[in-house]
Design a protein around this ligand. Structure first.
Ligand SMILES: [Zn+2]
Length: 192
């Protein structure tokens, strides 16, 4: 795969780097290959710290938290108790209404949010699967599949958010999309 930034052929898939990422020799080689001009070039000096950063950079996104049954259950209990109190002490009809209707929108909303989170994860995961790292210039890019509209590369998307919404938003998005820790995300955003 050719790097769209510097036309180098020295590129490797994120998934390949990640899978071989536990061995020191592999990561050391990548670190040296990236040189000084790369996005994280200064950080990839070959020390243990830089290897960790590279490994983190190519770490696949974390799956979303599973549906929080505890939260849903807590809401259910609160509304059932409230409804029961109304039923017993003030207005029985209103109490029943609170008990029966209050739960529905909450559960629907939660389920919808779960679905959104799952879709976001699918998008991020697809992006990660198609991500390549250029070991010459240190930049990453998304594999172009012929006939398929290519997703915007992570880097330019983050850059857009940085301009539109500022550093904190860009850092947060980078963390959400890559699963990187705060320091890695900050380094990335500051390097744009
Ligand atoms: Zn390159």
């Amino acid at each position: 795969m050719e790097c769209p930034h510097c036309k180098s052929q020295d590129t490797r898939k994120f998934s390949v780097i990640y899978e071989s990422g536990s061995t020191h020799s592999t990561l050391g080689g990548v670190g040296v290959g990236i040189g000084e001009e790369g996005l994280l070039g200064g950080l990839l000096g070959g020390s243990a710290q830089s290897q960790t950063l590279l490994a983190r950079r190519v770490t696949p996104p974390a799956p979303p938290e599973p549906f929080s049954g505890v939260v849903a259950f807590s809401f259910a209990v609160v509304f059932l108790v409230m409804g029961a109190l109304f039923y017993s002490f003030t207005n029985p009809t209103f109490g029943i209404a609170v008990m029966s209707f209050a739960l529905v929108p909450i559960l629907v909303k939660m389920l919808r949010r779960e679905k959104e989170k799952e879709q976001q994860y699918q998008d991020v995961m697809r992006r990660w699967t198609d991500s390549w790292l250029c070991t010459r210039c240190g930049r990453d890019f998304i594999e172009q599949t012929p006939g398929v509209a290519s997703p915007e590369p992570l880097e330019s998307k983050i850059r857009f958010i940085l301009r539109a919404q500022g550093k904190i938003a860009a850092t947060r998005c980078y963390r959400e999309w890559t699963g990187a820790d705060l320091q890695t995300a900050k380094h990335f955003v500051e390097g744009l």
